[in-house]
Design a protein around this ligand. Structure first.
Ligand SMILES: [Zn+2]
Length: 282
């Protein structure tokens, strides 16, 4: 997709399967099961959608998918793809890991930050993108490295510690312009430091909304991931962001939808919002 000066491309960070109840929070299976039928283990298939943004000067990757550092047990539990999905996705666009200048992480859960690090030939954990700076929110980084017992399982340190050791992390606060035409929008909700990413150029906009609205089925205020750390915040911020997208005629980019990676939205008198102009790729 061309958005003014930006060339935006979809990159798959790998599909995975999670329990449908986890994917839809308090919504009963009788409702979500019709829209996203689960497998025999009650699991639904999600994508880990990343975005490659290029403007002729720099290559920016939004999120990294789950990477390739998993045991056979984990691979089976989540039905993970083999190999390194994000690197294979980039290669299909003719982009090498060393071509990426900047990695922006919406938040630091495993399915977004797992691809940020990898094992090198000597078995050491290193940043996957050797030339890149890595940007994320300061609050998110603090929570992820806090070792607080209630957050431990959400943030495997092997995805993060190598970035700290290589001194490639850059922390931002609140709503910040990361580079001209790319702004972080602090949302909270899903995690305390979670952010959406907004692209703007030549009067056009696209918003990578992140996990405050995981798929095109999550538009309703109450349809949210069970992983949300602050569900009330998600319920408040999501309608506001969706309204901004609809009113600006912007594109919305979903992080976990396997069929609709992006679309436009219109306000709807009963349902709040409806999806128009669905696209499987950017
Ligand atoms: Zn996620």
């Amino acid at each position: 997709m061309n958005l003014g000066n930006w060339q935006l491309d979809s990159v798959s960070g790998g599909a995975f399967s999670i329990d449908g109840g986890v994917a839809f929070g308090i919504v009963p299976r009788t409702l979500w099961g019709k829209l996203m039928p689960p497998d025999e283990n009650n699991r639904v298939r999600l994508g880990a959608n990343c975005v490659l943004a290029r403007d002729g000067r720099q290559a920016i990757l939004i999120d990294t998918g789950y990477g390739d550092k998993y045991s056979a047990l984990d691979r089976n539990f989540w039905s993970l793809e083999t190999g390194s999905p994000v690197l294979e996705g980039l290669a299909r666009l003719g982009v090498d890991a060393a071509d990426v200048d900047l990695v922006v992480l919406s938040h630091l859960h495993w399915d977004h930050a797992g691809g940020a690090t990898q094992l090198d030939a000597q078995g050491r954990l290193v940043p996957t993108f050797p030339r890149a700076r890595y940007v994320t929110g300061r609050i998110e980084w603090q929570d992820a490295l806090s070792q607080a017992p209630e957050l431990l399982t959400a943030y495997p340190l092997q995805n993060l510690q190598p970035l700290a050791e290589a001194n490639v992390i850059e922390l931002i606060e609140g709503n910040t312009e990361i580079v001209p035409g790319l702004t972080a929008v602090h949302t909270g909700g899903h995690t305390r430091g979670h952010m959406a990413l907004k692209f703007e150029s030549a009067g056009q906009q696209a918003m990578f909304i992140g996990d405050v609205c995981a798929t095109s089925l999550h538009l309703h205020r109450m349809w949210n991931l069970s992983y949300d750390t602050y569900p009330l915040v998600t319920r408040r911020i999501k309608p506001r962001l969706l309204g901004e997208v609809a009113d600006a005629g912007a594109w919305i980019i979903w992080p976990h939808d396997t069929r609709t990676v992006c679309a436009r939205l219109e306000r709807h008198p009963q349902r709040g919002f409806e999806v128009v102009d669905r696209r499987a790729q950017l």
